[in-house]
Design a protein around this ligand. Structure first.
Ligand code: FBP
Length: 291
């Protein structure tokens, strides 16, 4: 079995490899804390959302781990108003615990990371890699540094590096199977409503668990589309460009899929604020281009 350290050896730049190995080990620590830290705090994040203890804990674990690698120039987070400065080449944008409100119901949740070569906020055209951790029945790390999308699973208790290769060079299946769009159906703009009705007519199955990482992971493996669309009352959608949409768009495209805001490639967006949101549709390129 190939472990993460040996797989990264000759396939990724040294600083990105160092980041990914440290994210992997930090995710084991976050996973162990999930069950006991879901209470709401008095804190509110820059998007105006109440923070849970695990949001703050995961933010602290990942931010300090990333800065300690000596390879990051800054760490920006959905949970912090300002980035933390470090020394290094890579500008990291992260959602340290995506979907934290779903932990109490034991849904799969995750952590999302975008690696940029330019100061933040910046366009996804400066992205040099991205990764997401899924805390589900398995603890998995999925990443790309531009050459294919690869997934490792944590086999805890194993000698040496616990992360072993589960899937190399994933490609989103061309035959789409699942779809999931957020928000209230009555709030969808009309083209989205029409599109979803047609998907149901083509036999696609609804898969919406309420966490971006969990829902996107299904689309990546089974083919289909995930969206958090423009809503009548939220024309700019809900998911953040830097921390959520662009990192997953990068993975989607490197797996043969596509990601759009409804008109433009997500990676071409140039956010001017760290917490800027966008409508988001990603997955099988045919469906994304259709919507
Ligand atoms: P965080 O704010 O915890 O990062 O997550 C936002 C999120 O939970 C996404 O994971 C998910 O796709 C979306 O919100 C679900 O929104 P809704 O609850 O409106 O369906």
């Amino acid at each position: 079995m190939t472990d993460l350290k040996s797989f990264l050896n000759d396939r990724a730049p040294a600083d990105l490899s160092r980041l990914l190995l440290n994210i992997a080990s930090a995710s084991l620590q976050v996973r162990r804390s999930l069950p006991f830290t879901t209470k709401l705090t008095r804190g509110v994040n820059p998007s105006g959302e109440r923070q849970t203890e695990i949001d703050l804990y995961a933010n602290e674990v990942f931010a300090s781990t990333l800065l300690a690698t000596g390879t990051v120039s800054e760490v920006a987070s959905e949970e912090m108003a300002e980035p933390r400065k470090g020394v290094g080449r890579i500008h990291v944008a992260m959602d340290p615990l995506d979907g934290s409100s779903n932990i109490a119901t034991n849904n799969p949740v995750g952590s999302i990371f975008g690696f940029y070569s330019s100061p933040l906020p910046c366009s996804g055209e400066h992205m040099v890699g991205s990764a997401f951790v899924t805390y589900g029945p398995m603890l998995t790390l999925t990443y790309t540094t531009g050459a294919g999308v690869h997934t490792f699973v944590a086999a805890e208790g194993r000698e040496g590096d616990p992360f072993i290769l589960m899937e190399e060079s994933s490609v989103i299946p061309s035959e789409p199977e699942v779809y999931g769009l957020g928000g209230q159906r009555s709030d969808w703009i009309e083209p989205v409503e029409r599109f979803v009705t047609s998907l149901e007519g083509r036999g696609l199955k609804l898969r919406y668990g309420g966490t971006f990482v969990g829902d996107f992971n299904q689309v990546l493996r089974r083919g289909g589309i995930f969206g958090y669309p423009a809503l009548k009352n939220k024309p700019h959608g809900k998911l953040r460009v830097l921390y959520e949409a662009a990192p997953m768009a990068f993975i989607s495209k490197r797996a043969g899929g596509y990601a759009s805001d409804g008109s433009n490639d997500i990676l071409s967006l140039a956010p001017t604020a760290l917490a800027e949101t966008t409508p988001l549709y990603l997955g099988s390129s045919g469906l994304v281009r259709e919507v």
